[in-house]
Design a protein around this ligand. Structure first.
Ligand SMILES: *Cc1c(COP(=O)(O)O)cnc(C)c1O
Length: 391
């Protein structure tokens, strides 16, 4: 049987939990009352989808998800706007990416529309958990794991799909305060031909140790670099391609001689996770430049020229020393925008303008994107079909 939203069975908790105050929330810690669970096997296909009380799953110790990691996930959020509606942000993009991740790990196919309908139903069941406080939302974690039992290292023909919800506040507790990065090239997050362009659980565990080391050195997050042969022909000299920051996509804002701005992000070459926030940032900048929208606090006369192209440390260092690298920021669903103030690299710090996001310098692209995207997510602003009401 196909994944069928119309077959959904809902078993509610007997005693609902108390929703903790928004201020006390730590990202990903508090779970809501319910979860969605559905199983797949090759004979019966997808089982009857069930919304049931949040709780442990029972898993055979020889399950392939525990041994070989055919595990994929998505990260999306539900937001409550002033109109009281629960909204998702471009959720079809998450469904498409989830399907691509499943295909990459030879996990079963599912009907994307049906899964989205089921997620909306789950969000509505636990709607009282969506924090209304500004900057807060309900994080949604769809997960698909291979459950084939047996230790043969081959694809899993059985699987469990579940969706859990966690109310969350600003990802970085200091809000739009800048973070610092440590550039790392000995360990790489993704490589040509690898799996970095998919949201697979196995991409993340190898980053935990380098992250601990970066923290010990006093940096907030890692700037993932990839060593490449130098472009400028100097024999034997190496350069480093900037890929991502932590688990976020990266953007550089460059001052042009004509007064306009360049907005550059690495192209999707297989080492970059195709983020929904990344695509949205590019689209909003283009819309501003076309005159379709005006980004908050960015003059309509300032054009933002977007580029998806390789970005190297040597280019970044040279633009920074010329004072042309205005802003460097990470983007992703969890943080939306994370401004960066410095990068530790080869024993020195590449710095960006001092605290560019303080109140006296509000006209930055990073802040404008943060405000615009937040307004669309909460339904304050309509833009194309990006805000999707759960109904
Ligand atoms: C999820 C993720 C992102 C951001 O993607 P969004 O769809 O914008 O949330 C960026 N990089 C990595 C490695 C990720 O896992």
């Amino acid at each position: 049987m196909h994944l069928q939203a119309s077959k959904l069975v809902i078993n509610l908790v007997e005693e609902a939990k108390v929703v903790p105050p928004a201020e006390s929330l730590v990202f990903g810690q508090t779970k809501t009352d319910h979860m969605l669970v559905v199983h797949y096997d090759p004979v019966n296909g997808w089982s009857t989808p069930e919304i049931k009380p949040y709780g442990p799953l029972t898993i055979d110790p020889a399950s392939s998800c525990l041994q070989y990691c055919p595990n994929i996930f998505e990260g999306m959020k539900a937001y409550i706007g002033p109109d009281g509606e629960a909204r998702l942000f471009r959720p079809q993009r998450n469904m498409e990416r989830f399907a691509r991740s499943a295909a990459r790990l030879a996990l079963p196919k599912f009907d994307q529309e049906a899964l989205l309908t089921l997620i909306k139903r789950l969000v509505l069941v636990d709607k009282r958990w969506i924090p209304t406080k500004s900057g807060y939302s309900l994080y949604i974690r769809p997960t698909l794991i291979g459950t084939h039992t047996g230790l043969g290292p081959h694809y899993s023909d059985t699987a469990t799909l579940f969706v859990i919800l966690t109310p969350s506040g600003p990802y970085f507790t200091n809000g739009l305060q800048p973070i610092s990065l440590l550039g790392i090239s000995e360990t790489v997050r993704a490589w040509p031909g690898g799996t970095g362009a998919h949201k697979l659980g196995l991409n993340y565990a190898p980053s935990f140790l380098p992250q601990m080391e970066a923290t010990a050195k006093g940096y907030d997050q890692i700037l993932w670099l990839l060593e490449i042969d130098c472009q400028d022909g100097e024999k034997g000299k190496k350069d480093f391609r900037i890929t991502e920051v932590g688990a976020m996509n990266i953007f550089l804002v460059v001052q042009r001689d004509d007064g306009d701005l360049d907005l550059i992000t690495p192209s999707l070459d297989g080492t970059i996770l195709p983020g929904v926030t990344r695509a949205s940032t590019l689209a909003l900048a283009d819309a501003h430049t076309r005159g379709d929208i005006v980004l908050p606090n960015i003059p309509a006369t300032v054009k933002i020229h977007t580029y998806e192209k390789p970005l190297t440390m040597s280019l970044l260092s040279s633009l920074s020393s010329q004072g042309k690298a205005l802003e460097f920021f990470g983007v992703g669903t969890a943080a939306i925008v994370a401004p960066i103030n410095k990068i530790g690299w080869e024993g020195e710090d590449v710095v960006f303008p001092e605290n560019p996001y303080d109140e006296t310098r509000s006209s930055t692209i990073g802040r404008a994107m943060f405000e615009m995207i937040t307004n669309i997510q909460t339904g304050r602003t309509q833009f194309e079909d990006w805000g999707v009401v759960c109904e």
